[in-house]
Design a binder for this molecule. Structure first.
Ligand SMILES: [Zn+2]
Length: 651
């Protein structure tokens, strides 16, 4: 069967970095740097003190190897982040990257430590009465294992007796098998605790549109950019995504309401359930006996994304703000230390309360003012261009837009309420981009004229206008190398000016692909078999349905029953009217063919392309009825495209 699941997990990139050729930062960039320096409190160095407080030690070997060869993480990748920002980096982003690249094991409170800077997120070690309670075991098995080794080496070895996932994103659970002892897990001696809905959300967020999200995540995280002053600086919430094996261990217990209290290995924890905030399933944790608060990913030291540019379902800025208010009410007066799953902790009750309140105000302002402006008739791009946090909030470093930003997020709020349409009928049936581009180029007087106008705009430092003009040229004729290079140069400058880490990554990756072409798809993310196995069966059929190519189906019809005896599941998959549907059926149901096989075999076939015919021959799968029915069905699927063009259109 075709590889339907190829690349469903967006973060396992295998491609090496490529060196970028570019013009130097332009004369307008230092002017902008100066303005940024003047606007922000660079003399406030408290974040650096917090980020270094409690340092115990770090790895001696900077390289965390990848199982099976290669590098999972290299701590020395960001050694260049020393001193003042060069002209090719926004100084505010430079500062954030310096903070996020501080790595090692740090004591947060008497019995809580964190390893930071070993992956995109933090891993937290809580000393229980008999072993470690691990909160958020990073993205990969390799980085999580390295963090545990560091903690055990510096603090004395302890067994891992519990793992807590604060939420359903892969950078917080993918490394679970790197910290959990398989034998202890098998014996039921490791508690795995997660918010209600965790498992379904963890696997579903990357499934239906997963391949396209992977491709776009490559831009967002700048995975193919080399770390360096003219390349990748940071991702804004962490330096980058580790490159290694992704695992998933299902929770053994879940939290579904605020106020729920658990005692885990002698440690009392009170939970705040915060669904629909930064992740669909998320929770904060309070340690009442120690006056410590874990805010999961609900209060990172940056404005977060309400709608991640790689693609995601839109989140709710208002709900997010409301849960921050609830956290303040529930825990504010009973907290002296706060830590998060990205970034560094905050120390001191008043500091924590002020942080939570001002961070909440930023999301609330974003929401309320976007809605106010849209009710005055402004559309997304206009709101994005004019909305700004009030100075008192904007001067707080943790409200700066290193990951999300007011420009991205206000458009997300607009989308949440109003959708894609701006109510201008001209946009009801827009001319597709490549066609419109050709016509604009002609209307503006032809290619050479547009190129000259763009050069003028570039020389004046008006890079967004230069990019707009050049984008028309590249969309009209992707083989125009001069236009591509000039557009790449505009993107270089925009990337170097940008305060957003991911904005920078997206501009610089755009420039890279204009110069070097799009990468070849990186192949199946086989490391995520754990995630595939956790998919509920109906979701597997949903995925098949969105791969059905109607041109291949024509007017044909087919029905096949799949029986997975070990799960007591029987589904009939039917294709008619060029639509695939699947429903659970009983034994009396009829179909063209019936396949009986372990679900794992079926998944392997989907995931690796292993032919089912071989399984039938080997007696591992049984078939009755019309054997050709399955062949017909499997011939109708499209292979997902992991390397589609983005900065030009397919010709
Ligand atoms: Zn995260």
């Amino acid at each position: 069967m075709k590889k339907l699941l190829t690349g469903i997990v967006g973060l396992a990139f295998l491609l090496g970095p490529i060196v970028q050729a570019a013009e130097p930062p332009s004369a307008t960039t230092p002017a902008r740097r100066k303005a940024t320096r003047a606007a922000l409190p660079f003399d406030d160095t408290r974040d650096f003190e917090f980020a270094r407080r409690g340092f115990v030690g770090t790895r001696t070997d900077p390289v965390i190897p990848r199982d099976g060869g290669g590098v999972a993480w290299n701590l020395s990748d960001y050694d260049f982040l020393k001193g003042e920002a060069p002209d090719s980096v926004n100084p505010s982003l430079w500062r954030q990257a310096q903070l996020l690249s501080i790595h090692g094991l740090f004591q947060v409170s008497e019995r809580i430590w964190q390893v930071r800077g070993f992956d995109l997120a933090n891993i937290t070690f809580v000393a229980g009465d008999s072993g470690w309670i691990v909160i958020d075991p990073l993205t990969t098995v390799e980085t999580a294992r390295a963090a545990l080794e560091l903690a055990n080496e510096r603090l004395g070895p302890r067994p891992v007796v519990a793992v807590i996932y604060t939420h359903s994103h892969v950078d917080h659970f993918g490394g679970a098998r790197g910290v959990v002892d398989a034998a202890l897990l098998e014996a039921g001696k490791v508690r795995i605790i997660a918010p209600h809905g965790f498992l379904e959300e963890a696997v579903s967020e990357n499934v239906i549109a997963g391949v396209a999200m992977s491709r776009r995540a490559n831009f967002q995280f700048g995975q193919r950019l080399s770390p360096g002053p003219e390349g990748r600086i940071s991702s804004g919430i962490g330096q980058a995504v580790a490159n290694g094996a992704i695992s998933l261990i299902a929770p053994t217990e879940t939290i579904d309401k605020t106020g729920q209290v658990l005692t885990v290995d002698g440690v009392r924890m009170a939970f705040q359930y915060t669904p629909g905030t930064e992740a669909p399933a998320e929770m904060n944790i309070h340690f009442p006996d120690w006056r410590v608060l874990c805010m999961a990913e609900n209060a990172n030291p940056t404005m977060h994304n309400v709608l991640t540019p790689r693609g995601a379902l839109v989140r709710d800025a208002k709900v997010w703000a409301d849960y921050l208010t609830e956290a303040l009410v529930l825990f504010g007066d009973q907290t002296d230390v706060m830590f998060t799953s990205h970034g560094w902790p905050r120390f001191g009750g008043p500091v924590v309360r002020d942080y939570l309140a001002s961070h909440r105000d930023a999301y609330k302002y974003l929401h309320d003012q976007t809605v106010r402006l849209l009710t005055q008739g402004y559309v997304g791009a206009e709101i994005a261009a004019r909305i700004e946090l009030p100075p008192v909030l904007a001067r707080q470093w943790y409200n700066r837009g290193y990951y999300g930003s007011m420009a991205f997020n206000s458009r997300a709020v607009y989308q949440r309420y109003m959708g894609w349409y701006d109510a201008n009928p001209v946009n009801l049936a827009p001319i597709p981009p490549a066609q419109a581009a050709s016509r604009y180029v002609k209307a503006m007087g032809g290619r050479d004229k547009v190129l000259a106008l763009a050069a003028e705009a570039h020389a004046a430092g008006d890079y967004p206008w230069a990019a707009t003009l050049l984008n028309h040229l590249v969309l009209a004729d992707p083989s125009d190398t001069a236009a591509r290079e000039q557009l790449a140069r505009a993107y270089d400058q925009m990337g170097w000016q940008d305060e957003s880490a991911i904005g920078r990554n997206m501009y610089l990756t755009g420039a890279q692909e204009l110069r070097q072409g799009a990468p070849k798809a990186s192949g199946p993310a086989t490391a995520s078999l754990d995630m595939v196995r956790s998919l509920p069966t109906p979701m597997i059929f949903d995925l098949m349905a969105v791969r059905l190519d109607p041109a291949k189906v024509g007017d044909a019809e087919v029905s096949v029953i799949f029986v997975f005896p070990e799960r007591n599941e029987r589904y009939r998959v039917q294709v008619r009217n060029r639509v695939l549907t699947a429903l659970p059926v009983d034994e009396a149901a009829k179909a063209d063919a019936t396949f009986t096989l372990p679900r794992d075999l079926f998944l392997q076939s989907l995931f690796t392309g292993k032919p089912l015919a071989g399984e039938v021959m080997a007696g591992r799968a049984k078939v009755s009825g019309d054997v050709g029915a399955l062949q017909r069905l499997t011939g109708w699927f499209d292979a997902p495209k992991g390397d589609f063009p983005i900065v030009w259109r397919p010709q």
